[in-house]
Design a protein. Structure first.
Length: 244
């Protein structure tokens, strides 16, 4: 299936930028929810496409495999990251790379990600069980990128990161997968979330989603997934209350 394109008009870009400015005034603590923005389905998918197709140019200083200045373990998903039994990294210093990388606790826009790289931050930080156990306390402030819930939050026009635990507080659960529309989400509490782009067949047995993480390559991706698999993993369908 060819990639979908959802260009943003100048009016749409202004609306999204205004929403981000308004919602950036308050620091949201873990477990809290902030003010809701409004976003159209077209704007939501257009933002997802920006993350998917974003090109960037890392250097050696953006690579890290070790302990950062605050004592946090950081492993960037570059091509040297290749542990046994895990999805290997992909990006290479000195080359053009695409797709904003996965970063535990990350909530960057493509633009803020680029600025962070220039400032010397590390490009991404892979998921580990230790980070899952530490939650917000395992986030490195020296990294840049976006995690699964940070990505969905940005696509909904939020400037604060809604986690997979707080997402149900700003959404309504849908009665079934059949009710999903582009821009909705499928979420597993305290685990993972994907952004729904559309069904790929009339039977609604397979869908196109955006997501970031592993085993898909540690960057924002767009791919098809069978409905049976999502149901088996207990993904719940949700609709963001600010979507139009």
């Amino acid at each position: 299936m060819p990639p979908l394109r959802f260009p943003l008009s100048p009016v749409c870009l202004f609306a999204v930028a205004t929403a981000l400015l308004v919602t950036s005034c308050k620091t949201i603590q873990p477990g809290e929810v902030g003010p809701l923005s409004t976003v159209t389905r077209q704007e939501c998918l257009a933002l997802a496409e920006q993350y998917l197709n974003h090109t960037w140019h890392p250097t050696e200083k953006n690579r890290m495999h070790g302990i950062d200045a605050d004592g946090q373990r950081v492993d960037t998903p570059d091509h040297l990251f290749a542990p046994a039994g895990k999805t290997p990294g992909y990006w290479k210093p000195g080359t053009v790379n695409y797709g904003v990388p996965y970063c535990w606790g990350g909530n960057d826009t493509p633009e803020s990600f680029d600025r962070a790289l220039k400032a010397g931050k590390y490009a991404g930080d892979v998921y580990t069980e230790a980070k899952r156990a530490g939650l917000e306390n395992a986030v490195s402030r020296h990294t840049a990128g976006v995690d699964c819930s940070g990505f969905v939050s940005r696509c909904w026009g939020l400037s604060w990161a809604c986690s997979t635990r707080t997402l149900p507080k700003i959404c309504d659960e849908l009665p079934s997968y059949d009710a999903l529309q582009p821009g909705d989400a499928l979420n597993v509490y305290n685990n993972h979330v994907v952004l729904f782009a559309g069904f790929t067949n009339a039977e609604k047995s397979e869908m196109l989603v955006y997501e970031t993480g592993s085993p898909l390559g540690w960057r924002v991706t767009k791919h098809t997934v069978p409905v049976w698999f999502l149901k088996q993993q207990d993904f719940k369908p949700y609709r963001y209350r600010g979507i139009r």
